[in-house]
Design a protein around this ligand. Sequence first.
Ligand SMILES: [Zn+2]
Length: 140
Amino acid sequence: MRTQRQVIDYSLQRRAVLRDVRNGQVGALEVCDASPYLRNAATYHGEPTDERCPICRRDNLTLVHYVYGEELKNSAGQARKLAELPVLAMTLREFQVFVVEVCRSCAWNHLIERYVLGRDGLVESDTDTPLASHGGEGRR
Ligand SMILES: [Zn+2]
């Protein structure tokens, strides 16, 4: 997305949790604790993926996008469809997106990444060449 910025990736933490589960240090039940709300969000607002659940391997993972920010007012903390995010990003100046993966079979869930969207990011990306975001030399 054009205004995406301040991306924080949680794949290292996710890998550490999965390693602990495989080692038996953490029980699968402890990490497969998606709340009914999260599972509902996955059903109604989730983005299907081709990736198998790393715990049960019965179902593909679903990504749920939660939005947070003062400008969202009452809808802060709600799950949104991925297709709704570009619209919000053109309407609001700045809001946070938290991406959570959920397995609808076993209730495995983990934060994947978070980032900021919104019109405030346009000034910078308009002066940049699109898709020039390889590497990180000198850029934020
Ligand atoms: Zn699963």
